[in-house]
Design a protein around this ligand. Structure first.
Ligand SMILES: [Zn+2]
Length: 166
C-alpha cells in the first residue's frame, strides 16, 4: 500500500482511540502479505485508569491483523503506519515513534516491515527502532502441533524442550 494511504488509515483509526487520560489519540495500520493478497488491520490506543494496563495502537493493530491470518499461513507483515492526531506540529521525532513495549512487539511480529510514522520524514526499519532486538529461536511447527494434541501436553512439551537443548 502507498505510504500516504496507510498513514491516512492510521489517522482514521486514531479517531477511535479511548484516551480519556492522555487525550492523545493514536492510530496504527499494518499490512500483512498472504498468498491470497494483502490484509490490512488498524488499531487505536485503549487507555486504562491503571496506567500500566493501557495498550497502544500499534499492539492493537498487530493483534487484530494476526487474527485475520489464515490458519497455518506464515505471517509476513510488510508495512506499519503510526499516527498521533493530537501531536503538536513541532513535536520531535522522538515524541512520535513507538514506545519500548511496542518495539518489542514489532520485533516479534513485524521484523521485516517498513515503518511510516506521521510527522517523521524518513521511513524506518526495525533496526532503527530497536537495535540488537531480543529474539528467541522458534520451534519447528510440527513439534508444536504434536504437543497440542498429546494429552498431558505441558509435561511432554517440557521433556521435548529439555532433550532438544542437550
Ligand atoms: Zn506503545
Amino acid at each position: 500500500m502507498e505510504r500516504e494511504d496507510l498513514l491516512a488509515a492510521a489517522r482514521a483509526a486514531a479517531e477511535h482511540a479511548y484516551a480519556p487520560y492522555s487525550r492523545f489519540h493514536v492510530g496504527a495500520a499494518a499490512v500483512m502479505e498472504t498468498p491470497e493478497g494483502e490484509l490490512v488491520a488498524t488499531g487505536a490506543n485503549v487507555e486504562n485508569a491503571s496506567y500500566g494496563l493501557t495498550i497502544c495502537a500499534e499492539r492493537v493493530a498487530l493483534a487484530s491483523l494476526f487474527q485475520m491470518l489464515p490458519a497455518g499461513a506464515t505471517p509476513r507483515v510488510i508495512q506499519v503506519a503510526i499516527a498521533c492526531i493530537d501531536a503538536p506540529e513541532d513535536a520531535s521525532d522522538e515524541a512520535r515513534v513507538p514506545c519500548g513495549a511496542c518495539r518489542q512487539w514489532l520485533a516479534e511480529l513485524a521484523p521485516e516491515a517498513i515503518y511510516y510514522v506521521d510527522g517523521v520524514a524518513r521511513d524506518l526499519a526495525l533496526p532503527d527502532l530497536l537495535p540488537l532486538a531480543f529474539q528467541l529461536k522458534r520451534k519447528p511447527r510440527s513439534q508444536r502441533a504434536r504437543a497440542r494434541v498429546e494429552p498431558g501436553a505441558s509435561r511432554s512439551r517440557h521433556s521435548a524442550a529439555s532433550s532438544k537443548s542437550v
